[in-house]
Write a protein that binds this ligand. Structure first.
Ligand SMILES: CC(=O)SCCNC(=O)CCNC(=O)[C@H](O)C(C)(C)COP(=O)(O)OP(=O)(O)OC[C@H]1O[C@@H](n2cnc3c(N)ncnc32)[C@H](O)[C@@H]1OP(=O)(O)O
Ligand SMILES: O=C([O-])CC(=O)C(=O)O
Length: 375
């Protein structure tokens, strides 16, 4: 991986626009949000502070943070028409499809009529996404219609409280906070780029976010945290994991949660979430999933020089907090909506429609044939 190819397909390595929001892999491994190092943010900040930084352009002071959190707390209620739609979505639907529909329906009910409303619409999405997914999840799995307010003043704590029906421990609220910070923003990744493409047509903010949710869903992007869980859950011991991975690599299968389009040697988010996963493993007395994950990391580096990306240790961390696997990627949405919408704002500030060119590979000239003469 040290000699990462930056040319070729997938627009790799090409500058597709400007941003003041984030740097990824600038010195090989670093990640910054508006100049702040991810290690400092994950070690010290609350997610709401980071969302404020991304969306309002500076870290809030105490008064601003308190007001912002109180505002978000006041925006958690679901409109009845949205609840009715969520209740129609089948229990075997993928929760990312629920998020996509929930966001789109919100756009029907609370349409952004003018860009001057963008900050209000963004705050609403940040506040209500945990309500959307947990309302649907508990309705279809437990047959209950939950109240979506709640006592926790953090978005991560609120999500856990709605999911489990009780206030989370301090540790779990803290880990959610760190996780949401790690996932908040990542420059021109695929889902953010799709949000910016949508924004560049001067479309509304719910369309931008709905498109981004669909893009994040795939296993090569946000869906990898769920796929990583499916991988590690197959193994009962580290030795079994090693044999399993060697077999997969021999068959040239993709190992989810490893590799990255930009980083060369490591993803700086991995060391942070790995530490929290270890702490949670100790808390629940895990002797399987965490050691299996560590062995996977060792084998992938030894065999392929491939490293864990942000998704890999998120799988075990979320699992240890009792979060069902299919809700892993929706958590990513609850966080990344801050980055997506900060990019939409930035795109709108200096817009030109995004419309690249293609290298044509079709025939030079095709002779028109009437339909009855075609093979
Ligand atoms: C939050 C996020 O979205 S992080 C990304 C989450 N996605 C995943 O974890 C999915 C698994 N990983 C991958 O599919 C890829 O590493 C991606 C999509 C993240 C990046 O893709 P690319 O930039 O095209 O990868 P890259 O150019 O580094 O690939 C180099 C080689 O390593 C291989 N490779 C890369 N990742 C993996 C992997 N996880 N498992 C096996 N082989 C891999 C590629 O197939 C490629 O081999 P080739 O040269 O023989 O074709
Ligand atoms: O940057 C990327 O390509 C994917 C990624 O890690 C992210 O979106 O967090």
């Amino acid at each position: 991986m040290a000699e990462k190819k930056q040319g070729g397909a997938g627009l790799r390595g090409q500058v597709a626009g400007a941003t003041a929001l984030c740097t990824v892999g600038q010195s090989g491994t670093g990640l910054t949000y508006r100049g702040y190092d991810i290690t400092d943010l994950a070690g010290n900040a609350q997610f709401e502070e980071v969302a404020y930084l991304l969306l309002r352009g500076k870290l809030p002071n105490q008064q601003e943070l308190d007001a912002y959190k109180a505002r978000l707390q006041g925006l958690r209620a679901l409109p009845d028409a949205l609840k009715a739609v969520l209740e129609q979505i089948p229990g075997d639907a993928h929760p990312m499809d629920v998020m996509r529909t929930g966001c789109s329906m919100l756009g029907n009910l609370e349409t952004e009529e003018d860009f001057s409303e963008q900050d209000d619409k963004i705050d609403r999405m940040l506040a209500v996404f945990p309500s959307i997914i947990t309302y649907w999840y508990r309705f279809v799995h437990e047959g209950v219609r939950i109240e979506t307010d709640g006592d926790c003043d953090s978005i991560g704590g609120h999500f856990l409280e709605l999911l489990h029906g009780k206030k989370p421990s301090e540790l779990h609220e803290r880990v959610m906070n760190v996780s949401l910070i790690l996932y908040a923003e990542h420059e021109f990744n695929a889902s953010t780029f799709s949000a910016r493409v949508c924004a560049s047509t001067l479309s509304d903010i719910h369309s931008c976010v709905t498109g981004a949710i669909g893009t994040l869903r795939g296993p090569l992007h946000g869906g990898a945290n769920e796929a990583a869980m499916a991988l590690i859950q197959q193994f009962k011991t580290p030795d079994e994991a090693e044999q399993g991975l060697l077999g997969m690599l021999g068959r040239k299968e993709k190992i989810m949660g490893f590799g990255h389009a930009v980083y060369r040697e490591s993803d700086p988010r991995n060391a942070i979430i790995k530490k929290w996963s270890e702490k949670l493993a100790q808390e629940v007395g895990d002797q399987v999933l965490y050691p299996v994950s560590v062995r996977c990391e060792e084998v992938m580096w030894r065999e392929k020089k491939l490293f864990c990306n942000a998704d890999f240790f998120h799988a075990s961390a979320y699992h240890f907090m009792g979060i069902p696997t299919e809700l892993f990627t929706p958590i990513f949405v609850m966080s990344r909506v801050s980055g997506w919408t900060a990019h939409v704002k930035e795109q709108r500030e200096n817009n030109r429609i995004i419309r690249p060119s293609a290298e044509y590979t079709g025939p030079d000239h095709a002779e028109w044939l009437p339909i009855e003469q075609r093979a």
